[in-house]
Design a protein around this ligand. Structure first.
Ligand code: FES
Length: 87
């Protein structure tokens, strides 16, 4: 009999690392995301990656969670989105 695995795939959070989003301080969001994951015991269920320009530069900083793009992310918006998507 084949062994069944109950392996849930990880949520992918992709931060745009293009120059425009970088200039809009997208990198400061990395710290906030990591803190959120640690505080909510989500480190093992989320993968945080960098992404090339998402072609939405004017709407940055941008992040993508499981292929849904979120625009004009600041600290408040970020925590709201992470709470909705991950908790
Ligand atoms: S640099 Fe982020 S969308 Fe272009």
């Amino acid at each position: 009999m084949e062994k069944q695995t109950d392996k849930k795939s990880k949520t992918i959070i992709a931060l745009c690392m293009g120059s425009s989003c970088f200039a809009r301080k997208n990198t400061t969001l990395v710290t906030l995301i990591n803190e959120f994951l640690l505080e909510n015991n989500l480190v093992d269920s989320v993968e945080l990656i960098g992404n090339l320009c998402m072609d939405k530069c004017k709407e940055g900083p941008n992040i993508k969670i499981d292929n849904q793009i979120f625009h004009q992310i600041d600290a408040v918006k970020l925590i709201k989105i992470l709470s909705e998507k991950l908790l």
